[in-house]
Design a binder for this molecule. Structure first.
Ligand code: NI
Length: 482
């Protein structure tokens, strides 16, 4: 039987979920790994001016939201702020503070369109509780020329909203997505079908269905596309302008990263690439004080600097790379491997695997590995599931599962001193330390961390050096007990 959102049993999620670390964490780029921001809007356009934040630093119920704002489009700022504030209130209303399992709300805004005077922003929040995580997204558009701004519904003529909602549900059903009956009958749910809409370059309308809202949570947030010709008569004037802006936006993903048409050509694997030193133990960690530094969610604009710092200290690390970032920065992935680091898999685009059926998990992991191999690193044999979130299916994917036992929470604090303190306080022989090379504050902290730990006698090794032979389906969090 189909069930509405309220009675859906949501997938279980382990405690390690505290790491949001969405690859979207850099607010103004298309994604953290994008080579260039959305064609770096030429002068005279509505480039974002700064970032607005909404935070509650309550350790029992932390909230961290940030999104771009535009001086020339106050109406857009009002819409985005109101949505973030609503998300915050709903989160607080539904989740009492907790010492044992603090609920968290993390969110970002990403500029998904920047053409002429038009901009589009996707807001993306993840509500995490002990056993559960729900993602909500919404898109908003603004025009610096007219000062106007619109939510997704504003792109559709008022009298056509219902026709579009029905068309989206039909298209979902045609894709084999089992749509809840409530989505057809409830005006509220139907209205949410237009919360997250964009266009592709051909003018097709792309709607992102809200998680657990229209279909089972295990489907995630599926994307549904309506043909340009079908949608055209239903668009408002704003919708027509936005569609036209997407049509000329150069090489920017309007929706999911997998829809991106243009990627840099992957570097061909070179003769100097991967040497045995990456996987052959240089040190005996049963004797030496070993620590494995791990960097997730990259590579990104700061990764080259990190590699320089690691080289300078003769330190080896393990990079849990996202396939989409590997495709965006193949030269950095190739360099990681060439310089003796281990390049491991963090999935294609950071989906939470436990929300996917086994087939979906296989696809996320295989496509991630394909992209990494195409970038010029050896095909990865280790997996770190996003958010450390895994289930029985994940254990059947044929790869060792590498978690961590020291979490620097660098994604949250974005403060080099705090990251340094967390890494030093947590370090012990056998530690696997979690950081993210997409944050400049983390990369800036690394030279100091290396120097201090080296002074304490530590050797920096890769995960295979630390753990030796690993078995598929086994979860590893550290090498040696504290
Ligand atoms: Ni991650």
């Amino acid at each position: 039987m189909i069930s509405p959102r309220s009675s859906v049993r949501r997938p279980h999620r382990p405690r390690l979920l505290a790491v949001l670390a969405l690859a979207l964490a850099v607010p103004l780029a298309l994604s953290a790994c994008a080579v260039t921001p959305p064609s770096g809007p030429p002068t005279g356009t509505a480039a974002a001016n700064s970032v607005e934040r909404l935070s509650h630093d309550d350790p029992k119920r932390p909230v961290h939201l940030q999104w771009p704002i535009y001086d020339r489009i106050p109406a857009l700022n009002q819409l985005t702020r109101a949505w973030m504030e609503r998300s915050d209130r709903a989160f607080q209303d539904g989740n009492p503070p907790s010492d044992a399992v603090p609920p968290e709300l993390n969110g970002t805004g990403t500029e998904i369109l920047a053409t002429g005077s038009l901009v589009g922003v996707r807001l993306d929040v993840l509500e995490s509780t002990g056993a559960d995580a729900v993602r909500l997204t919404a898109t908003f558009y603004g025009d610096a020329a007219s000062g106007q701004a619109w939510a997704g519904t504003g792109l559709i003529g008022a009298s056509h909203a219902d026709a579009v909602a029905s068309a989206i549900l039909d298209a979902a059903a045609a894709k084999g997505i089992a749509v809840f009956e409530e989505a057809r009958t409830s005006a509220k749910v139907r209205a949410r079908l237009l919360d997250d809409v964009a266009f592709d370059r051909q003018g097709n309308l792309v709607a992102l269905l809200q998680e657990c809202d229209v279909t089972a949570c295990s489907e995630g947030s599926p994307e549904v596309s309506l043909p340009a010709a079908t949608v055209a008569p239903w668009l408002s004037d704003a919708g027509k302008s936005v569609r036209a802006a997407y049509a000329v936006q150069p090489a920017a993903p309007a929706t999911s990263p997998s829809a991106t048409p243009d990627r840099p050509t992957p570097a061909a694997p070179t003769a100097s690439a991967p040497t045995a030193s990456a996987t052959t133990a240089r040190v005996d960690c049963s004797v030496a004080k070993c620590v494995a530094l791990t960097f997730d969610d990259g590579p990104g604009p700061s990764t080259a600097r990190l590699l320089d710092a690691l080289n300078a200290a003769d330190a080896k690390a393990t990079f849990f790379v996202l396939g989409e970032c590997a495709a965006a920065h193949p030269e950095l992935v190739a360099r990681e491997a060439r310089e003796g680091h281990v390049v491991a898999n963090h999935t294609l685009d950071h989906k939470q695997l436990t929300r996917l059926k086994r087939d979906g998990q296989v696809s996320e992991v295989e496509r991630g590995a394909d992209a990494i191999a195409a970038a010029g690193a050896p095909r990865p044999t280790l997996l770190r599931p996003p958010y450390g979130s895994l289930n029985a299916d994940t254990k059947t994917l044929g790869v060792p599962l590498i978690l961590w036992d020291v979490d620097t929470l660098d994604w949250k604090h974005r403060d080099s001193a705090v990251v340094t303190q967390a890494a030093l306080a947590g370090a012990h022989p056998g530690a696997i330390i979690l950081m993210h090379d997409i944050h400049p504050t983390t990369v800036a902290a690394v030279p100091g961390i290396l120097a201090k730990l080296k002074a304490q006698g530590y050797t920096f090794v890769t995960v295979p050096e630390l753990l030796g032979t690993m078995s598929p389906g086994v979860v590893y969090t550290s090498g040696r007990k504290k």
